[in-house]
Design a protein around this ligand. Structure first.
Ligand code: ATP
Ligand code: MG
Length: 416
């Protein structure tokens, strides 16, 4: 127990963290180029935020949240997704009074869901995400989709499937719900208990049920029942995606697992040996800011699973290689040389050269061996003799040729 991380969690070890940093850098680069700024919200919120924001007929809220009472007897929940917290901050800090749209992103945000752990499914996982408030044109729907594609492409991942759909707005959904209930009613006895419970309050959610969805493939689709406004928005989105050369398929069965979506919803999917895996999911949430107590403000965003991005990189063999830990490793022999070595290493580091030396009192031979193992590009050697003559030996490990240079020229030489 003591030496085992809790089920569904993962360590990112020092030798692997560069993988995370690369996908984080990609997110930051792509976001900055499009005028998105980073938001960081707390890891936990009042439980009510998610009940209201995510929706209390969703699996996330009904089955997957990490909820507990704190010592002040407040109900607290570890965030199960990123949007509700961003919306809460948008309202609390009156960001709606700033020039809109307000564009923000987050990087490797920890997310908690009590799910059955399996490949690509954890209890603590991490999401990159974007949120845009106050832009209603479908061009922004296309923009956020393009950003997701660009982040993935920067990580060496392209050719994923993009599925889009529209799930309408409260106006057209009410009539659709009636149609859907009429279709579902005779099937109710064969549906799971959760679906039966959702029949009155949120029948569309039934179409997202992992158990029952397969039995309901001929259900009426929201997409065929959109009002003129929603239809026009969806047609415009398609035109923008076409103009951007972004291929998509229309999947009228995408509902998404969170209640706040309106109009555009989308998923970016990869096919694995265990079936399709969603890497990114998102959509428009035009009613959410108001639902949570803010002024009427439309919004759109997505969340991208970082662990799943890394899985796809692995599956496709596009994972970046581990960078060398050191540019230069300094090997010394004797106490006086060692003092000089300590000084030289600090000078090198200050000049931007990744450098280190032995801290384990190893023999010179063992130091060379260690430098080799660490893939140091250069090895600098200082023994008593070099010290006395004011020089160091410099070996380029790629050429394995060694030459002597003045001690005082060492930093300049290695920063060339
Ligand atoms: P799924 O259908 O796989 O359960 P979801 O619809 O619940 O996904 P979202 O709520 O849209 O997922 O979250 C956005 C992204 O976060 C997903 O596309 C996925 O990449 C990632 N994700 C969701 N749940 C997990 C999890 N338990 N472990 C790892 N990544 C996850
Ligand atoms: Mg899920």
């Amino acid at each position: 127990m003591l030496t085992q991380a809790p089920k569904g969690t993962q360590d990112v070890l020092p030798q692997d963290s560069y993988r995370w940093q690369r996908v984080e850098d990609a997110m930051r680069r792509v976001a900055a180029l499009a005028g998105y700024r980073e938001i960081r919200t707390p890891m936990f919120e009042h439980t009510e935020l998610f009940q209201r924001g995510v929706g209390d007929t969703t699996d996330v809220v009904q089955k997957e949240m990490y909820t507990f009472n704190d010592k002040g007897n407040r109900s607290i929940t570890l965030k199960p997704e990123g949007t509700a917290g961003a919306v809460r901050a948008f309202i609390e800090h009156h960001l709606f009074a700033d020039p809109l749209p307000s564009k923000m992103f987050y990087v490797s945000c920890p997310v908690f869901r009590y799910e059955k752990p399996q490949s690509g499914r954890f209890r603590q996982f991490h999401q990159h995400g974007v949120e845009v408030f106050g832009a209603k044109d479908a061009s922004v729907d296309a923009e956020v989709i393009a950003l997701a594609m660009d982040v993935l492409r920067e990580c060496g991942i392209d050719g994923l499937r993009l599925s889009i759909n529209s799930i309408g707005c409260p106006a057209c959904r009410a009539a659709y719900h009636e149609k859907l209930r009429a279709y579902l009613e005779p099937k109710l006895p064969s549906l799971c208990e959760t679906c039966r419970e959702r029949f009155q309050r949120n029948p569309m959610r039934i179409l997202d049920c992992k158990e029952d969805a397969a039995k309901l493939t001929d259900a009426p689709a929201m997409l065929d029942n959109l009002c003129d406004d929603c239809r026009g928005h969806f047609e415009a989105l398609k035109r923008y995606l076409d103009a951007l050369g972004i291929a998509y398929e229309i999947d009228p069965r995408i509902v998404r697992g969170l209640d706040y979506y309106t109009k555009t919803v989308f998923e970016i999917i990869t096919d694995t040996e265990n079936g399709p895996l969603t890497v990114c999911g998102g959509g428009r949430y035009d009613g959410l800011v108001q639902e949570l107590g803010g002024p009427e403000t439309c919004g759109i965003g997505w969340g991208m699973g970082v662990e799943r991005m890394l899985m796809v990189q692995d599956a496709r063999g596009v994972a970046p290689e581990q960078p060398a830990l050191y540019d230069a490793f300094v090997c010394t022999l004797g106490d006086a040389a060692r003092l000089e070595g300590v000084k030289l290493v600090r000078e090198l580091r200050r000049a931007g050269v990744k450098a280190d030396l032995d801290h384990a009192a190893r023999s010179l031979k063992a130091q060379f061996k260690y430098a080799g193992k660490m893939n140091a590009r250069y090895v600098v050697t200082i023994a008593e003799d070099e010290l006395a003559r004011g020089v160091v030996k410099l070996r380029d490990m790629a050429e394995s040729a060694e030459r002597e240079i003045p001690r005082d020229a060492a930093v300049a030489e290695l920063t060339k």
